[in-house]
Design a protein around this ligand. Structure first.
Ligand SMILES: NC(=O)c1ccc[n+]([C@@H]2O[C@H](COP(=O)([O-])OP(=O)(O)OC[C@H]3O[C@@H](n4cnc5c(N)ncnc54)[C@H](OP(=O)(O)O)[C@@H]3O)[C@@H](O)[C@H]2O)c1
Length: 257
């Protein structure tokens, strides 16, 4: 089994001790910052607007509006919730250069037609452009409105994630668990286009049936989900799954949190 889908478990507390950065303070960025702050985290957030004149104000005392350069310099992980074209602009302007092996969560959804001649290459393209970051594609399939209480029909929403660096994926998986999601590793960053297509599909269903963003992806399995432990000790009581390691060969592996 490729090591890329066997991430190392993150030691308890390793993620919560870090500062989380959110680039983008629109619908998704604001909802994410609010959910992270409710979970007791320190959040640095930036958009294009002048941080000295916040509008609207930060949703919590734990959320700090700062310049984008500060978010990039201090955050681990750094979550991108900008239009994808804006991410490319920032990358080309050199603002995202100082990754130093930290984790970047790409939650963007590039337009279906592609950006600047890169058709549907969102997360994969970022990983190529920004090798100094460990890019993990995740959260792009979650509507902003699902971030506060990610439960549908009594079951938590599944978040597929893709990336080439197992510890970075484990870090993101632990964060997702604490936010109440079920993270599922789908493999390397080459799988990012599949996650972007899944988001397209969910948005099409949302729009066609006027669901107001209250929908999500839930992975159904014939057997109980292996290796998923979002239970005691990981910050959420939404799941009580067996903690034994996933031992499949090619199927997607749920991450130990
Ligand atoms: N909304 C969702 O439910 C959802 C769900 C999953 C993924 N996403 C993805 O998340 C991203 C953002 O979506 P959204 O709905 O939150 O969009 P949005 O409400 O339009 O917010 C976009 C944010 O990006 C900031 N921004 C734009 N260009 C920028 C630049 N050049 N430099 C710095 N900041 C810039 C804007 O800053 P200002 O406010 O200062 O203009 C704003 O805070 C998109 O890639 C989207 O596909 C969204």
């Amino acid at each position: 089994m490729p090591t890329s889908i066997r991430p190392e478990p993150v030691p308890p507390g390793a993620v919560t001790s870090r500062t989380i950065g959110v680039l983008g303070r629109g619908r998704m960025g604001s909802a994410l910052a609010r959910a992270l702050a409710l979970d007791g985290r320190r959040v640095l957030i930036a958009g294009r607007r002048d941080p000295a004149r916040p509008d609207p104000p930060p949703p919590s005392a734990r959320v700090h509006l700062v310049p984008a350069a500060t978010v990039v310099a201090e955050a681990d992980p750094l979550v991108l919730v900008l239009p994808f074209a804006a991410v490319l602009e920032l990358a080309r302007a050199g603002l995202l250069q100082a990754g130093q092996g930290r984790t970047m969560v790409d939650a963007t959804n590039p337009p279906a037609a592609g950006v600047s001649g890169h058709p549907r290459a969102g997360g994969r393209l970022l990983a190529e452009l920004l090798p100094q970051w460990h890019v993990v594609k995740a959260l792009n399939t979650v509507p902003a409105g699902m971030l506060g209480r990610p439960v549908l029909d009594g079951r938590p929403v599944t978040v597929p994630l893709a990336g080439d660096h197992p510890p970075a994926k484990a870090q993101v998986a632990a964060l997702l668990c604490e936010l109440g999601f079920v993270p599922v590793d789908v493999g390397g960053i080459d799988r990012a286009p599949a996650l972007e297509s899944l988001a397209d599909l969910l948005m099409a269903i949302d729009s066609r049936h006027s669901l107001g963003g209250r929908l999500g992806f839930q992975l159904g399995l014939a057997e109980p989900m292996p290796a998923q432990n979002c239970g005691p000790g990981s910050g959420t009581a939404l799941l009580r799954r067996p903690a034994e390691a996933f031992d499949g060969s090619s199927a997607p592996g749920a991450l130990r949190c």
